[in-house]
Every structure is written in structure tokens, then in C-alpha cells.
Design a protein around this ligand. Structure first.
Ligand code: OGA
Ligand code: MN
Length: 290
């Protein structure tokens, strides 16, 4: 099979055809995939009817799959622990209410973020498999944060250069109105500080590194000023010229780079089933200051 790569948006996003994710990639195919990924930041593999085990095996070719640390809300698959469940259907197949704590937590992904930024070494990338897709919304949107960095107005650039922001997993609970995490849960994932401008270890390019769902503090700013800065930066970033919006087809697998993109999903009718399975690639190294 020949591998073809076709851009879907000038800023980021491309589709890759000629890959069967159920089979191991040879060295040339793996190189073609990683080259396309580094160039386009988000790549779509259409028509991949993979099992969870095949999804995990494919992920292993790019790095070690992360095991989600939180167990209380059952967002981690019981059957395949490397799978994170982005789903409004429980593991017995029943549609869940939007008021269920797991659904409230998942709703935070409607705000701009990047996966696992609350870890001391955040994830390199994620692979999301659309199993039952939404037709009423559920569009996954991505921003090219290299371009955002390069275009930052001076007034914003001055406020992020040389600064770090704090990323705290516990912020999710407050954000969505769930009960606070236990002391043990909090201790398992303490807040971490990362540079607001980071350098990508592979491409060498600088990007803006922020999160609306995990950033709860910025060095040198009080809480209100920190919140305002993250909001201003997010508003600047979320412009159509920097954004690819992925409208799902069944069995699309989307792979994105968490080091240079933000993503957010649009709301959908909660009466409609939406089942997506995600693997997350463990990061190789701490965030490099830009
Ligand atoms: C994710 C996420 C996007 C979506 O899987 O990391 O943020 O489309 N979800 O549900
Ligand atoms: Mn996410």
C-alpha cells in the first residue's frame, strides 16, 4: 500500500491513507507517519476498524501508553487499562445522564486544554478512536500553538516570556462542580509548574503552553490576574485561522501532538450516544523552556 498524506486545513490537520492500524508498521511507514505528524500536528487515519488491543498495540509503536491515574469515576476501561473512555455510555452499555460525575468531568474537554499537562512529564500525544460518533455536535477542534506563539501580540508576549504556569488535576473538580478529590487522590497527582513557552524536542519550534482546565496559577500574578491572562491568551489562540475542526466519521482515529496543540470538543445532544476510546502517549522528557 502506498501512504498518502493530504492536508485538511492550512494551519494543521492532515489525513493519512494507506495504513492498516491492525498491522505493525515497517520502518519506512513509521517514519512517514511520524514525519506527517510532526508537520501537520494532528493526523486522521480514516476507516480504522480496530479493537482496543489493536489500538494499544499501534500506540506502542509511538511510545508507552499512559495508564490514567484516577480510578474513582471509571473513565479508565476495566477491560484494557491503557484505554481512557471518552464516552456517555457506561461499561454495561447504558446511556449516562449529563449530571453523572464522570460526564461532568468529561464536559471539561469542551474547554481548551492539552492532555495530561498536570503530570511532571506531560503526554507527548493522544490517539482517539471514534467508535460511535455524534451528528449533533461533538466536533473536536485543534489549535496550532506554534502559530499562536509566533503571532502573539507584544502585550501578551511580555506577560508569558520566562514565566511558568501551574497545572493542577484537582482544578477539574472545582470547574465542573464535582466533589473535591480525596487527600490520597490529591497526593497522587500534586500540582506542577511548566513554562508558558515551550520548545518542541523534535521540531525545535516554540509554542504557547497553556490550559483553561488545569492552569490555576501563573508565576508573579494574583489569582484574578492569572485567570484573566489565561483567558486572554485562549481567546487570542481560538481564531479560525489557527484551527482545524474535525467532523467525525465512524472509525476515524485521530492522533494529535499534546506538545504544540490545544483541543476542545463542541457540545452535542446528550441523548445521542457518543463512544470514543483514547490512548495517551507517555511523555519522553520534561517540558523544555522556550
Ligand atoms: C480527549 C478529549 C475530545 C473529544 O479525548 O482528550 O479532550 O472529542 N476529547 O471528546
Ligand atoms: Mn483532551
Amino acid at each position: 500500500m502506498t501512504i498518502t498524506v493530504k492536508a485538511r486545513h492550512p494551519a494543521l490537520g492532515a489525513e493519512i491513507r494507506g495504513i492498516d492500524m491492525r498491522q505493525p508498521l515497517d520502518a519506512a511507514a513509521l517514519q512517514a507517519v511520524t514525519d506527517a505528524w510532526m508537520k501537520h500536528l494532528v493526523v486522521v487515519f480514516p476507516g480504522q476498524h480496530v479493537t482496543d488491543h489493536e489500538h494499544v498495540a499501534f500506540t506502542r509503536q509511538l511510545g508507552e501508553p499512559e495508564i490514567f491515574h484516577q480510578t474513582s469515576l471509571h473513565l479508565r476501561s476495566d477491560a484494557v487499562r491503557e484505554i481512557f473512555l471518552v464516552s456517555n455510555v457506561d461499561q454495561d452499555g447504558r446511556l449516562m445522564q449529563p449530571s453523572a460525575p464522570s460526564q461532568k468531568q468529561l464536559s471539561s474537554s469542551q474547554m481548551w486544554h492539552t492532555d495530561s499537562s498536570y503530570r511532571p512529564i506531560p503526554s507527548d500525544g493522544s490517539l482517539l478512536h471514534g467508535i460511535e460518533i455524534s451528528r449533533t455536535g461533538g466536533i473536536t477542534q485543534f489549535i496550532n500553538m506554534y502559530m499562536v506563539h509566533d503571532d502573539l501580540p507584544d502585550s501578551l508576549r511580555r506577560q508569558v516570556e520566562g514565566r511558568r504556569a501551574r497545572h493542577d488535576f484537582s482544578m477539574l473538580h472545582t470547574l465542573v462542580g464535582n466533589p473535591p478529590p480525596s487527600a490520597a487522590e490529591r497526593a497522587a497527582m500534586p500540582p506542577v509548574w511548566h513554562p508558558m513557552i515551550r520548545r518542541h524536542p523534535v521540531t525545535g519550534r516554540k509554542s504557547l503552553y497553556i490550559s483553561s482546565i488545569y492552569n490555576d496559577a501563573v508565576e508573579g500574578l494574583d489569582d484574578a490576574a492569572a485567570r484573566r491572562l489565561i483567558a486572554d491568551l485562549t481567546e487570542f489562540a481560538a481564531q479560525p485561522k489557527y484551527m482545524y475542526r474535525h467532523e467525525w466519521e465512524p472509525d476515524d482515529v485521530l492522533m494529535w501532538d499534546n506538545r504544540c496543540t490545544l483541543h476542545a470538543v463542541t457540545p452535542h445532544d446528550p441523548g445521542e450516544r457518543r463512544v470514543m476510546h483514547r490512548t495517551t502517549i507517555v511523555g519522553h522528557e520534561p517540558v523544555l523552556a522556550g
